[in-house]
Design a binder for this molecule. Sequence first.
Ligand SMILES: C[S@@+](CC[C@H](N)C(=O)[O-])C[C@H]1O[C@@H](n2cnc3c(N)ncnc32)[C@H](O)[C@@H]1O
Length: 467
Amino acid sequence: MPEPADTPDISGSADISGTPGSADISDAPGSMDTPGTPGSDDTPGSTGSTGIPGGTDAPGITWTEDVRPPARARRGSGAAPGDGPGDVPGDPEAAPAPLTYTAHWHSESGLPAPRRVMVADDRMKAAVAYRLACEGTALLWRGDYQGARQLLRALGSRLDRLAPKPGATPAETFHRHRQARGHRARVLGMLLVVLEDDHGLALRRAPDVRTACTEAYGPPRRRTVVSLRELLGVIGAHEWRRKGVPVPAVDGRIHPHYGVFSPVRGEYVDLVATAPLPAAAHRAPAAATAFDLGTGTGVLAAVLARRGLGRIVATDSSPRALVCARDNVTRLGIGDRVEVTDSGDLYPAGRAALVVCNPPWLPARPTSAVEQGVYDPDSAMLRAFLAGLADHLEPAGEGWLILSDLAEHLGLRSRGELDEAFAAAGLRVVDRLDAKPRHPRASDASDPLHTARAAEVTSLWRLAPAA
Ligand SMILES: C[S@@+](CC[C@H](N)C(=O)[O-])C[C@H]1O[C@@H](n2cnc3c(N)ncnc32)[C@H](O)[C@@H]1O
């Protein structure tokens, strides 16, 4: 298995391709701008007919092969030697060519099954593959696994040369950048592989991807075609999940699951670890209740437990996040104090001394389930958090909003709008604690969004009812 690729970064660093199902502001995984991701996208965490949460599931992708596919190395697959590549009646070896094959289609980005599919192997030149992919012809890879990765890199290099020009405003630069990432994601998503009915990859020199796929997609049910780019994200996510991310504030590691926002940016976690507890929790934290809204990996719930809060109730709209958060609190031995609920509501019932919320920081449409940790359309989650806060706080309680001002630097939301949203929800600002992001992108001058990222500040807003 390869080393973990980029992790999801709310600031936008990760490349969906390699990320664990990560989201990047720039590219959303799916984000990639992939339009319509996930149709998924719009149904985050929905379970399709394959049982795969999120993404698009379609009953069929069809292709023809005029030669029998390469002998199955069976490396990485438990399928029996001699199995055909698709739902072919009889023995493919004995059947006359060309044969038509079908398999299930899955796209986390919600992309529909490509209508034109051509079989490709190591003889395919990058220039030809690039032209075909740009024209909308998908390439179903039957060659060497490492050759496919090489081809993907070659396609990526060609796409990187198409960097968009900066726009007249930061918002225009952002939208152009996102569009370019979407185009990149669509073209790279044209290189396809078949996951056999045990999630195995029957290509020469292929790694065993069955565990990674089962973690991301659930138990195998049928032969499914996915893009290699998506599969690399699944593999990267498996490695992140296995190794975990060290988080000093929880005195341990957090293990992100595929498609769940990963706490790779430590500055916001440290803000939650060090902000003064509200009066309602300060004197007897062990007797206090806190809510963690949009818990993701459960990292902030874990920080609050480490700070001694007696009961933390965590919610998230993503089923993958709920599973992930439960996994992490169990691993950290705090499962008795952190309750991860799946009611589907942002707020749990009742009131708390402290309500923490780290909503997606950018008001834009997510194009994949994975992007839902990064993009909050019309600031819907932010507004829902603010609107419900006063009614869910105990006397002397506080709401802690974690928010970067990247959206302000990109021209997507103004500070005035945020202030108005606080006032409209009947809230006052008790204090604001700021931190400068430490992630490498903040100092990457070649990043098209460098100016905004370099100016970014992450804040913990301490909010309380105005009256
Ligand atoms: C930026 S991530 C934060 C995750 C985690 N709290 C952290 O700080 O690392 C935002 C989380 O909010 C969740 N989310 C987005 N919209 C939501 C909604 N309407 N209700 C509940 N959770 C939501 C996403 O699934 C994601 O896990």
